[in-house]
Design a protein around this ligand. Structure first.
Ligand SMILES: Cc1cc2nc3c(=O)[nH]c(=O)nc-3n(C[C@H](O)[C@H](O)[C@H](O)COP(=O)(O)OP(=O)(O)OC[C@H]3O[C@@H](n4cnc5c(N)ncnc54)[C@H](O)[C@@H]3O)c2cc1C
Length: 90
């Protein structure tokens, strides 16, 4: 049985023409196992950035960096806090 992809795992979620969202990006809270909210949130953000990138005809890794910056600023701190709390509970 595969385990849930947890949000504090390292690594980029973008590449040329690529933005990973939801479980594919590993946006599951390490403490609660919840991933629906982050899947929806990251999907909306990726769609917004993707539309702009298509209009600008630039889907390069550099352009996708806006998404990389967004999840690191908005999602990663919550994952790290949850992971720290999980370790404390253990
Ligand atoms: C047992 C269990 C309980 C959970 N309980 C909760 C909970 O209570 N609260 C919570 O917030 N989260 C919960 N989660 C986590 C949550 O389900 C996921 O984080 C969330 O569904 C991720 O959404 P997603 O859109 O990224 O992926 P998914 O919901 O997995 O959607 C991906 C979709 O892509 C489809 N797909 C896959 N490959 C292809 C392909 N090649 N072509 C076309 N389609 C494809 C799949 O069939 C699927 O429908 C739970 C997970 C599990 C396993």
């Amino acid at each position: 049985m595969a385990s849930l992809p947890l949000g504090a795992s390292s690594g980029k979620r973008t590449d040329d023409g690529l933005m990973l969202i939801g479980d594919a990006a590993g946006f599951v809270n390490p403490l609660t196992g919840g991933g629906i909210y982050n899947a929806i949130l990251s999907g909306i953000k990726a769609a917004q950035i993707g539309v702009k990138a298509l209009i600008e005809k630039d889907c390069s890794r550099k352009r996708m960096g806006e998404y990389e910056t967004w999840w690191r600023k908005n999602l990663l701190p919550g994952f790290q806090s949850a992971l720290a709390f999980q370790r404390f509970l253990n």
